[in-house]
Ligand binder design. Structure first.
Ligand SMILES: C[S@@+](CC[C@H](N)C(=O)[O-])C[C@H]1O[C@@H](n2cnc3c(N)ncnc32)[C@H](O)[C@@H]1O
Length: 198
């Protein structure tokens, strides 16, 4: 992540914490197949908006790694409340601090547009997933709406871009993934893919 992005997200962490209620995320995680015992990456976890729904689903036998490169996001988020199930890790998606094949699932909620080196990030996510593991790129609106929203924000966010779901699906494919579901509508951007078994 660029310094300008890190600065922006560190500065907006407290405001972000006030926008945590998003109950549909729980159902989305059920639909994605998150279950007890899973090791799940919450990629660009921010202040834990998604982690709060992942933690009860993976339970005590599972693990959520809530990873973000803006340390203030992790500091203000309520990460202590989930005990050993959740590890808050300050790192960049370009270099995940785990061995290859560590995660059963990875969820990228509202983070991919902020990654200017998108292909290397997708390849790193592929590496970190087990063969047969799944990735979900998720937004609660479509790409057009999000790009308009970002365009009205200050730099560097105004230039952050989410490609149409078909374009991002091609990039996932070229990173080695098998596409399972790719759709977008005004309420949802859902791109789900699997790392092939071998
Ligand atoms: C728009 S916020 C979304 C946070 C959270 N996923 C949510 O939906 O509430 C984007 C988050 O991604 C993080 N982020 C952006 N690029 C990143 C990168 N390359 N590596 C790790 N975190 C990143 C930012 O620091 C920020 O906390």
């Amino acid at each position: 992540m660029s310094e300008a992005h890190r600065h922006f997200f560190n500065e907006t962490a407290s405001a972000w914490l006030k926008r945590q209620e998003c109950p549909e995320l729980y159902n989305y995680m059920l639909e994605f197949g998150v279950r007890a015992g899973d090791r799940v990456l919450d990629a660009g976890a921010g202040t834990g908006r998604l982690t709060r729904y992942l933690a009860p689903l993976v339970g005590e036998t599972g693990q959520v790694v809530a990873l973000d490169s803006a340390v203030t996001m992790l500091r203000v988020g309520p990460y202590g409340q989930w005990g050993k199930t959740v590890s808050a890790v300050c790192a960049d998606l370009l270099g995940l601090p785990v061995q290859s094949g560590f995660f059963d699932k990875a969820v990228c909620l509202a983070v991919i547009p902020h990654c200017r080196s998108r292909l290397p990030v997708l390849k790193e996510l592929y590496r970190a997933l087990k063969p047969g593991g799944k990735i979900l790129i998720l937004h609660t609106c479509n790409s057009d709406h999000l790009n308009t929203l970002h365009g009205n924000l200050p730099a560097p966010i105004c230039d952050d871009y989410l490609p149409p779901v078909t374009v991002l699906a091609s990039e996932l494919k070229s990173s080695g993934f098998m596409i399972l579901r790719a759709e977008e509508n005004p309420q949802l951007f859902w791109l789900e893919a699997r790392r092939p078994d071998r």
